[in-house]
Design a protein. Structure first.
Length: 139
């Protein structure tokens, strides 16, 4: 990670007195590191929007809008996963990003990810359940 992101993640209030150039660097680094939605979430949480140059607001607003859409899609996918595995009497255990989001943990706020990781208990895997899982494309 780069200087602005590291400083910001350690202490979002470090931005007091930042120049428009430093804010722009943070936003560019957020895009490059795929962490702009997390940065936007912290900006909202710490009420820092008034510190950001107005011409950069749209980046933060777009990141928050994107994350809300992403979160909505992930929640739908989690429900679909539980329904599909429910037919095979399997209860998935969500991992990483999906688990953070489903549990409402702070670490999940602003997090964007490309897949849903889940584990299942070995004893729930029967030959019949493997067929069911394979049919819905989960293996």
């Amino acid at each position: 990670m780069t200087k602005e992101i590291c400083q910001f993640l350690q202490d979002p209030h470090c931005t007091s007195g930042w120049s428009p150039k430093r804010w722009s660097n943070l936003i560019q680094q957020g895009y490059a590191n795929r962490s702009l939605a997390q940065i936007a979430e912290l900006i909202s949480q710490y009420q820092l929007m008034g510190s950001i140059p107005p011409d950069l607001h749209w980046h933060i607003n777009a990141a928050r809008t994107y994350h809300e859409s992403h979160k909505h899609g992930v929640v739908q996918e989690i429900h679909a996963l539980y329904r599909a595995l429910g037919f095979a009497q399997i209860t998935p255990i969500l991992l990483k990003g999906a688990a953070y989001l489903a549990a409402g943990l702070n670490v999940g706020k602003g997090r964007v990810f490309s897949d849903i990781d889940a584990a299942v208990k070995r004893e729930q895997l029967t030959p019949q359940s493997r067929v069911c899982i394979g049919m819905v494309g989960l293996i």
